[in-house]
Design a protein around this ligand. Structure first.
Ligand code: ADP
Length: 396
Protein backbone atom coordinates (compact mmCIF):
# COMPACT_ATOMS: atom_id res chain seq x y z
CA UNK A 1 0.00 0.00 0.00
CA UNK A 2 1.06 3.61 -0.60
CA UNK A 3 1.10 6.36 2.01
CA UNK A 4 0.11 9.91 1.19
CA UNK A 5 2.26 12.38 3.11
CA UNK A 6 0.86 15.87 3.62
CA UNK A 7 2.49 19.05 4.91
CA UNK A 8 0.20 22.08 5.12
CA UNK A 9 1.47 25.65 5.54
CA UNK A 10 -0.68 28.74 5.88
CA UNK A 11 -1.30 28.97 2.12
CA UNK A 12 0.45 25.89 0.80
CA UNK A 13 0.10 22.11 0.68
CA UNK A 14 3.04 19.87 -0.02
CA UNK A 15 2.18 16.26 -0.80
CA UNK A 16 3.90 13.04 -1.78
CA UNK A 17 2.75 9.50 -2.39
CA UNK A 18 5.37 7.08 -1.14
CA UNK A 19 6.00 3.40 -0.67
CA UNK A 20 6.95 3.37 3.04
CA UNK A 21 9.13 0.29 2.60
CA UNK A 22 11.39 1.68 -0.10
CA UNK A 23 10.83 5.45 -0.19
CA UNK A 24 9.80 5.19 -3.85
CA UNK A 25 7.74 8.26 -4.75
CA UNK A 26 4.92 7.80 -7.29
CA UNK A 27 3.59 11.34 -7.13
CA UNK A 28 4.59 14.59 -5.46
CA UNK A 29 3.66 18.21 -5.64
CA UNK A 30 3.07 21.56 -4.08
CA UNK A 31 -0.07 23.68 -4.04
CA UNK A 32 0.74 27.33 -3.41
CA UNK A 33 -0.96 30.69 -2.86
CA UNK A 34 -4.07 28.86 -1.70
CA UNK A 35 -7.03 31.12 -1.02
CA UNK A 36 -5.98 33.59 -3.72
CA UNK A 37 -6.78 33.95 -7.42
CA UNK A 38 -3.21 32.89 -8.19
CA UNK A 39 -3.61 29.52 -6.44
CA UNK A 40 -2.09 26.61 -8.35
CA UNK A 41 -0.79 23.12 -7.82
CA UNK A 42 2.45 21.80 -9.24
CA UNK A 43 2.46 18.08 -9.88
CA UNK A 44 5.62 15.96 -10.31
CA UNK A 45 4.93 12.56 -11.81
CA UNK A 46 7.21 10.15 -13.64
CA UNK A 47 9.89 12.79 -14.25
CA UNK A 48 7.34 15.27 -15.63
CA UNK A 49 6.23 18.52 -14.02
CA UNK A 50 2.88 20.22 -14.66
CA UNK A 51 1.13 23.17 -13.04
CA UNK A 52 -2.64 23.14 -12.69
CA UNK A 53 -4.45 26.42 -11.88
CA UNK A 54 -6.75 26.36 -8.83
CA UNK A 55 -8.03 29.99 -8.91
CA UNK A 56 -9.48 30.89 -5.52
CA UNK A 57 -9.09 27.32 -4.27
CA UNK A 58 -8.17 26.35 -0.72
CA UNK A 59 -7.21 23.05 0.92
CA UNK A 60 -10.40 21.22 -0.24
CA UNK A 61 -9.73 22.11 -3.88
CA UNK A 62 -6.07 21.23 -3.53
CA UNK A 63 -6.97 17.79 -2.13
CA UNK A 64 -9.50 17.47 -4.97
CA UNK A 65 -6.60 17.96 -7.40
CA UNK A 66 -4.52 15.35 -5.53
CA UNK A 67 -7.44 12.90 -5.73
CA UNK A 68 -7.78 13.49 -9.47
CA UNK A 69 -4.06 12.78 -9.95
CA UNK A 70 -4.34 9.57 -7.93
CA UNK A 71 -7.31 8.45 -9.99
CA UNK A 72 -5.45 9.20 -13.22
CA UNK A 73 -2.61 7.00 -11.95
CA UNK A 74 -5.05 4.27 -10.94
CA UNK A 75 -3.76 4.53 -7.36
CA UNK A 76 -6.76 6.00 -5.57
CA UNK A 77 -7.65 2.61 -4.07
CA UNK A 78 -4.02 1.89 -3.14
CA UNK A 79 -3.67 4.70 -0.59
CA UNK A 80 -3.47 2.88 2.75
CA UNK A 81 -2.98 5.84 5.06
CA UNK A 82 -2.37 9.58 5.18
CA UNK A 83 0.53 10.91 7.27
CA UNK A 84 0.39 14.56 8.32
CA UNK A 85 3.34 16.65 9.38
CA UNK A 86 2.29 18.58 12.49
CA UNK A 87 4.68 21.19 13.82
CA UNK A 88 3.89 21.31 17.54
CA UNK A 89 2.80 18.44 19.75
CA UNK A 90 3.70 20.10 23.05
CA UNK A 91 4.47 17.73 25.92
CA UNK A 92 1.50 15.56 25.02
CA UNK A 93 3.04 13.81 22.00
CA UNK A 94 6.29 11.89 22.14
CA UNK A 95 5.34 9.68 19.18
CA UNK A 96 3.09 9.78 16.11
CA UNK A 97 -0.63 9.50 16.87
CA UNK A 98 -3.69 8.34 14.99
CA UNK A 99 -5.88 11.36 14.31
CA UNK A 100 -8.98 10.54 16.31
CA UNK A 101 -11.27 13.46 17.26
CA UNK A 102 -9.62 13.45 20.70
CA UNK A 103 -6.09 13.66 19.23
CA UNK A 104 -7.17 16.46 16.90
CA UNK A 105 -8.46 18.34 19.97
CA UNK A 106 -5.07 17.87 21.62
CA UNK A 107 -3.36 19.26 18.50
CA UNK A 108 -5.74 22.21 18.72
CA UNK A 109 -4.71 22.72 22.35
CA UNK A 110 -1.13 23.22 21.10
CA UNK A 111 -2.14 26.16 18.86
CA UNK A 112 -0.94 28.83 21.35
CA UNK A 113 2.54 27.22 21.16
CA UNK A 114 2.61 27.41 17.35
CA UNK A 115 0.05 30.02 16.31
CA UNK A 116 1.39 30.22 12.75
CA UNK A 117 1.79 26.52 12.07
CA UNK A 118 -0.69 24.35 13.96
CA UNK A 119 -3.86 26.07 12.62
CA UNK A 120 -2.70 25.40 9.05
CA UNK A 121 -1.87 21.79 9.96
CA UNK A 122 -5.34 21.36 11.48
CA UNK A 123 -7.12 22.89 8.47
CA UNK A 124 -5.15 20.54 6.23
CA UNK A 125 -6.02 17.50 8.37
CA UNK A 126 -9.73 18.34 8.25
CA UNK A 127 -9.72 18.82 4.48
CA UNK A 128 -7.74 15.60 4.00
CA UNK A 129 -10.12 13.64 6.24
CA UNK A 130 -13.02 14.84 4.06
CA UNK A 131 -11.24 13.89 0.86
CA UNK A 132 -9.82 10.58 2.15
CA UNK A 133 -12.45 9.50 4.67
CA UNK A 134 -11.85 5.78 4.23
CA UNK A 135 -8.24 5.49 5.46
CA UNK A 136 -6.45 6.15 8.77
CA UNK A 137 -4.84 9.57 9.24
CA UNK A 138 -1.75 9.89 11.40
CA UNK A 139 -0.08 12.99 12.87
CA UNK A 140 3.74 12.98 12.91
CA UNK A 141 5.06 15.77 15.10
CA UNK A 142 8.17 17.90 14.57
CA UNK A 143 8.60 18.11 18.33
CA UNK A 144 7.97 14.46 19.29
CA UNK A 145 11.54 13.20 18.78
CA UNK A 146 12.82 15.75 21.30
CA UNK A 147 10.55 14.65 24.12
CA UNK A 148 13.44 12.48 25.37
CA UNK A 149 15.49 15.58 26.21
CA UNK A 150 16.40 15.62 29.91
CA UNK A 151 14.93 18.35 32.08
CA UNK A 152 18.33 20.01 32.41
CA UNK A 153 18.22 20.61 28.64
CA UNK A 154 14.59 21.60 28.24
CA UNK A 155 14.03 23.97 31.17
CA UNK A 156 14.59 27.72 30.90
CA UNK A 157 15.76 29.62 33.97
CA UNK A 158 12.48 31.52 34.24
CA UNK A 159 9.73 31.52 36.91
CA UNK A 160 8.57 27.96 37.43
CA UNK A 161 4.92 29.01 37.07
CA UNK A 162 5.59 29.96 33.42
CA UNK A 163 6.54 26.36 32.78
CA UNK A 164 3.73 24.81 34.84
CA UNK A 165 0.95 27.11 33.66
CA UNK A 166 2.01 28.07 30.13
CA UNK A 167 4.33 25.31 28.96
CA UNK A 168 7.32 27.66 28.69
CA UNK A 169 10.17 25.20 28.03
CA UNK A 170 12.40 24.12 25.17
CA UNK A 171 10.71 21.69 22.74
CA UNK A 172 12.99 21.46 19.70
CA UNK A 173 11.82 21.04 16.09
CA UNK A 174 12.90 19.30 12.84
CA UNK A 175 12.61 16.06 14.84
CA UNK A 176 11.64 13.95 11.84
CA UNK A 177 14.74 15.04 9.95
CA UNK A 178 17.14 14.64 12.89
CA UNK A 179 15.78 11.15 13.60
CA UNK A 180 16.02 10.12 9.94
CA UNK A 181 19.58 11.33 9.31
CA UNK A 182 20.85 9.89 12.61
CA UNK A 183 19.60 6.47 11.50
CA UNK A 184 21.10 6.83 8.02
CA UNK A 185 24.41 8.06 9.46
CA UNK A 186 24.68 4.97 11.66
CA UNK A 187 24.12 2.83 8.58
CA UNK A 188 26.80 4.71 6.63
CA UNK A 189 29.25 4.48 9.53
CA UNK A 190 28.51 0.77 9.83
CA UNK A 191 27.76 1.01 13.54
CA UNK A 192 24.60 0.39 15.57
CA UNK A 193 22.68 3.61 16.24
CA UNK A 194 22.32 2.49 19.88
CA UNK A 195 26.10 2.85 20.36
CA UNK A 196 26.52 6.28 18.78
CA UNK A 197 26.64 9.84 20.10
CA UNK A 198 25.94 12.05 17.07
CA UNK A 199 25.35 15.72 16.44
CA UNK A 200 22.98 16.27 13.53
CA UNK A 201 22.86 19.67 11.81
CA UNK A 202 19.73 20.33 9.77
CA UNK A 203 20.59 23.45 7.77
CA UNK A 204 17.82 24.66 5.48
CA UNK A 205 15.86 27.91 5.57
CA UNK A 206 15.16 26.91 9.15
CA UNK A 207 18.18 25.41 10.90
CA UNK A 208 18.84 23.47 14.08
CA UNK A 209 21.36 21.09 15.59
CA UNK A 210 20.47 18.12 17.74
CA UNK A 211 22.40 15.92 20.16
CA UNK A 212 21.44 12.30 19.49
CA UNK A 213 22.60 9.57 21.89
CA UNK A 214 21.62 6.01 21.03
CA UNK A 215 18.98 7.32 18.63
CA UNK A 216 17.39 9.57 21.26
CA UNK A 217 17.37 13.37 21.29
CA UNK A 218 19.29 14.77 24.27
CA UNK A 219 19.24 18.46 23.29
CA UNK A 220 18.30 20.75 20.42
CA UNK A 221 19.27 24.31 19.54
CA UNK A 222 15.61 25.21 18.98
CA UNK A 223 13.46 26.00 21.97
CA UNK A 224 9.93 27.11 22.77
CA UNK A 225 9.63 28.24 19.15
CA UNK A 226 11.70 27.59 16.02
CA UNK A 227 13.29 31.04 16.46
CA UNK A 228 15.89 29.98 19.04
CA UNK A 229 19.38 28.78 18.21
CA UNK A 230 21.24 29.07 14.93
CA UNK A 231 21.31 31.91 12.43
CA UNK A 232 18.73 30.96 9.77
CA UNK A 233 17.56 32.31 6.41
CA UNK A 234 15.41 35.09 7.84
CA UNK A 235 15.36 34.13 11.55
CA UNK A 236 17.78 35.66 14.02
CA UNK A 237 18.40 32.63 16.19
CA UNK A 238 19.63 33.50 19.70
CA UNK A 239 19.49 37.13 20.76
CA UNK A 240 19.63 38.78 24.15
CA UNK A 241 16.12 38.55 25.64
CA UNK A 242 16.63 42.19 26.62
CA UNK A 243 16.79 43.11 22.94
CA UNK A 244 13.01 43.10 22.46
CA UNK A 245 12.34 45.82 24.97
CA UNK A 246 15.32 47.91 23.87
CA UNK A 247 14.46 47.79 20.16
CA UNK A 248 10.78 48.36 20.83
CA UNK A 249 11.61 51.57 22.70
CA UNK A 250 14.38 52.80 20.43
CA UNK A 251 12.71 52.03 17.11
CA UNK A 252 9.13 52.66 18.25
CA UNK A 253 7.99 49.13 17.42
CA UNK A 254 5.43 46.93 19.12
CA UNK A 255 6.48 43.60 20.59
CA UNK A 256 4.66 41.90 17.71
CA UNK A 257 6.65 43.94 15.18
CA UNK A 258 9.95 43.10 16.88
CA UNK A 259 9.08 39.40 16.86
CA UNK A 260 8.06 39.58 13.20
CA UNK A 261 11.37 41.26 12.31
CA UNK A 262 13.31 38.60 14.21
CA UNK A 263 11.43 35.93 12.22
CA UNK A 264 11.29 37.46 8.77
CA UNK A 265 13.93 40.18 8.36
CA UNK A 266 16.86 38.82 10.33
CA UNK A 267 19.27 35.89 9.98
CA UNK A 268 21.27 35.68 6.75
CA UNK A 269 18.98 38.26 5.16
CA UNK A 270 19.36 40.76 7.98
CA UNK A 271 23.13 40.36 8.28
CA UNK A 272 23.86 40.47 4.56
CA UNK A 273 21.28 43.09 3.61
CA UNK A 274 21.10 41.04 0.43
CA UNK A 275 19.42 37.65 0.58
CA UNK A 276 18.28 34.76 2.77
CA UNK A 277 19.55 32.29 0.19
CA UNK A 278 22.89 30.66 0.99
CA UNK A 279 23.73 29.92 -2.62
CA UNK A 280 23.26 33.56 -3.56
CA UNK A 281 25.31 34.67 -0.57
CA UNK A 282 28.19 32.37 -1.45
CA UNK A 283 28.29 33.83 -4.95
CA UNK A 284 28.13 37.39 -3.62
CA UNK A 285 30.82 36.66 -1.00
CA UNK A 286 33.00 35.32 -3.81
CA UNK A 287 32.63 38.69 -5.54
CA UNK A 288 33.66 40.40 -2.29
CA UNK A 289 30.26 41.58 -1.00
CA UNK A 290 31.03 42.50 2.65
CA UNK A 291 27.50 41.82 3.97
CA UNK A 292 27.42 38.37 2.36
CA UNK A 293 30.85 37.56 3.81
CA UNK A 294 29.79 38.63 7.27
CA UNK A 295 26.55 36.65 7.05
CA UNK A 296 28.49 33.50 6.13
CA UNK A 297 31.01 34.02 8.90
CA UNK A 298 28.41 34.59 11.60
CA UNK A 299 26.36 31.62 10.35
CA UNK A 300 29.38 29.31 10.61
CA UNK A 301 30.64 30.75 13.90
CA UNK A 302 27.28 30.24 15.59
CA UNK A 303 26.83 26.80 14.03
CA UNK A 304 30.21 25.59 15.27
CA UNK A 305 29.44 26.93 18.75
CA UNK A 306 26.09 25.15 18.78
CA UNK A 307 27.71 21.86 17.70
CA UNK A 308 30.17 22.19 20.57
CA UNK A 309 27.30 22.71 23.01
CA UNK A 310 25.59 19.59 21.68
CA UNK A 311 28.83 17.65 22.17
CA UNK A 312 28.74 18.73 25.84
CA UNK A 313 25.18 17.36 26.07
CA UNK A 314 26.46 14.03 24.70
CA UNK A 315 29.71 13.82 26.65
CA UNK A 316 31.30 12.18 23.60
CA UNK A 317 31.23 12.87 19.87
CA UNK A 318 31.18 9.95 17.42
CA UNK A 319 30.15 11.93 14.35
CA UNK A 320 28.73 15.14 12.92
CA UNK A 321 26.00 14.89 10.29
CA UNK A 322 25.18 17.67 7.82
CA UNK A 323 21.77 17.77 6.15
CA UNK A 324 19.16 20.18 4.71
CA UNK A 325 19.66 22.34 1.60
CA UNK A 326 22.77 24.05 3.00
CA UNK A 327 24.19 21.03 4.83
CA UNK A 328 23.79 18.78 1.78
CA UNK A 329 25.07 21.25 -0.81
CA UNK A 330 27.40 23.83 0.65
CA UNK A 331 30.96 22.48 0.73
CA UNK A 332 32.07 25.95 1.89
CA UNK A 333 29.85 25.96 4.99
CA UNK A 334 30.92 22.42 5.89
CA UNK A 335 34.64 23.08 5.54
CA UNK A 336 34.51 26.39 7.45
CA UNK A 337 32.46 24.76 10.23
CA UNK A 338 34.83 21.78 10.55
CA UNK A 339 37.78 24.14 10.61
CA UNK A 340 36.23 26.03 13.54
CA UNK A 341 35.65 22.66 15.23
CA UNK A 342 39.28 21.55 14.78
CA UNK A 343 39.78 21.03 18.52
CA UNK A 344 37.39 18.07 18.35
CA UNK A 345 39.77 16.29 15.95
CA UNK A 346 37.91 16.61 12.63
CA UNK A 347 40.21 16.27 9.60
CA UNK A 348 38.52 17.44 6.41
CA UNK A 349 38.97 15.57 3.13
CA UNK A 350 38.67 18.50 0.69
CA UNK A 351 38.01 16.26 -2.34
CA UNK A 352 35.33 14.23 -0.59
CA UNK A 353 33.79 17.43 0.71
CA UNK A 354 33.70 18.98 -2.77
CA UNK A 355 32.10 15.81 -4.16
CA UNK A 356 29.33 15.75 -1.53
CA UNK A 357 26.89 18.03 -3.35
CA UNK A 358 23.55 17.60 -5.09
CA UNK A 359 22.44 14.31 -3.67
CA UNK A 360 25.89 12.80 -3.19
CA UNK A 361 26.09 12.07 0.52
CA UNK A 362 28.90 10.36 2.40
CA UNK A 363 31.97 11.10 4.48
CA UNK A 364 33.58 14.52 4.14
CA UNK A 365 36.43 13.87 6.57
CA UNK A 366 39.65 11.98 5.87
CA UNK A 367 39.84 8.25 6.64
CA UNK A 368 40.76 7.92 10.29
CA UNK A 369 39.33 11.33 11.24
CA UNK A 370 38.01 10.91 14.75
CA UNK A 371 35.25 11.94 14.85
CA UNK A 372 34.08 11.65 11.24
CA UNK A 373 31.73 14.16 9.60
CA UNK A 374 29.31 13.17 6.89
CA UNK A 375 26.54 14.39 4.63
CA UNK A 376 23.21 12.60 4.73
CA UNK A 377 20.35 13.67 2.49
CA UNK A 378 17.28 14.10 4.61
CA UNK A 379 13.96 12.65 3.54
CA UNK A 380 11.25 13.83 5.90
CA UNK A 381 8.47 12.55 3.64
CA UNK A 382 9.84 9.02 3.74
CA UNK A 383 10.26 9.17 7.51
CA UNK A 384 6.65 10.37 7.92
CA UNK A 385 5.45 7.59 5.59
CA UNK A 386 7.41 5.00 7.60
CA UNK A 387 6.14 6.23 10.96
CA UNK A 388 2.58 6.36 9.61
CA UNK A 389 2.82 2.84 8.26
CA UNK A 390 4.36 1.56 11.50
CA UNK A 391 1.48 2.96 13.55
CA UNK A 392 -1.20 1.72 11.15
CA UNK A 393 0.37 -1.75 10.92
CA UNK A 394 0.55 -1.90 14.71
CA UNK A 395 -3.23 -1.64 14.82
CA UNK A 396 -3.19 2.07 15.72
P1 ADP B 1 13.69 24.44 3.54
O1 ADP B 1 14.10 24.61 4.95
O2 ADP B 1 12.80 25.55 3.05
O3 ADP B 1 13.23 23.06 3.18
P2 ADP B 1 16.10 23.72 2.09
O4 ADP B 1 16.43 22.59 2.99
O5 ADP B 1 15.73 23.43 0.69
O6 ADP B 1 15.03 24.70 2.71
O7 ADP B 1 17.39 24.69 2.09
C1 ADP B 1 17.38 25.90 1.42
C2 ADP B 1 18.77 26.51 1.54
O8 ADP B 1 19.72 25.63 0.94
C3 ADP B 1 18.89 27.86 0.85
O9 ADP B 1 19.60 28.78 1.66
C4 ADP B 1 19.69 27.51 -0.38
O10 ADP B 1 20.46 28.59 -0.87
C5 ADP B 1 20.60 26.43 0.17
N1 ADP B 1 21.25 25.70 -0.93
C6 ADP B 1 20.68 24.90 -1.84
N2 ADP B 1 21.60 24.48 -2.76
C7 ADP B 1 22.78 25.07 -2.41
C8 ADP B 1 24.11 25.04 -2.94
N3 ADP B 1 24.42 24.35 -4.02
N4 ADP B 1 25.06 25.75 -2.28
C9 ADP B 1 24.77 26.47 -1.18
N5 ADP B 1 23.54 26.52 -0.63
C10 ADP B 1 22.55 25.84 -1.24
Amino acid sequence: MWTLVVNCGSSSLKFALLDPATGETALAGLAERLGTEAASVRVDRGGERRTVPLAGGGYPEAFGAVLAELEALGLRGEVGAVGHRVVHGGERFSAPACLTPEVLEAVRACVPLAPLHNPANIAGIEAAQSAFGDVPHVAVFDTAFHQTMPEVAYRYAVPESWYRQHGVRRYGFHGTSHAFVAGEAARLLGRPLEDLCLVTAHLGNGASVCAVAGGRSMDSSMGLTPLEGLVMGTRSGDVDPGLHDYVARQAGLSLTQVTAALNKESGLLGLSGLSNDMRELEEAAGRGHPGARLALEVFVYRLAGAVARMAVALGRLDGLVFTGGIGENSAAVRSATLERLGLFGFRLDPQANARAVRGQGGLVTAPGSQPPALVVNTNEEWMIARETQRLVAGGL
